[in-house]
Design a protein around this ligand. Sequence first.
Ligand SMILES: [Zn+2]
Length: 239
Amino acid sequence: MNVAVKGPEAFADVRRLIVVAAHPDDLETLVGGTVAQLTGRGIQVYSVNCTLGDIGTPDASQTRPALASTRLAETGEAARILNLAQTFNLGHHDGELLPDLTLRAQIARLYRLTKADTLWTFDPHWTGQIHPDHRAAGQAALDAYMPSKMPLYHPEQLNEPGVGLGCLERVFVFSTDRSPDIWVDVTAVYPTKLAASMAHKSQFPHGEESLAWMKELDRRQGQAINTLYAETFKQIDVW
Ligand SMILES: [Zn+2]
């Protein structure tokens, strides 16, 4: 059983964090405040977006390659604001992500390359998760955890310079309704979270006004710990 914890001390031992998400703005809007706190402590944070986010527009006159290019640039700007160590995009099409063996191997390679000790990803089992890409990203990220540590799994990856066996020790999920056990007060870093989220101008063309949903979600989570804004996580036992 986990020891119930309710604060950022849950991440006290994190040195290298990898966040596996589906779309370019997921990290920023869902866990960007906690990420800002961790990078502020000098922790290396790596961001993985499984899809290009290339259907994320109501404008039918846009082309998918052009939108993908815009979103990669926005990802770079947000990463600069959050001081991320590196961002990766796995190149899948938005709305079509599957937790298949290809995606599993792609993610395992990044566990091996970044030498991350901690993983954050979507809870693939949240019944309220309406976006299939979020479920797929979370499932593939959890599925890659174990094989990444095994030398006979895609051994060709281990021949790449700088790549070694996966060394993840801790796994946390976000966007969960399975009784989150970690609440992080992100009020002090909220301006940074907002700025990183607003860097995704194609998604939030009216700036803070377009992010009212995010503020409302964070406000609701904040009520549980009597603060203005909070983000929540649940730790998965991995032994
Ligand atoms: Zn998303």
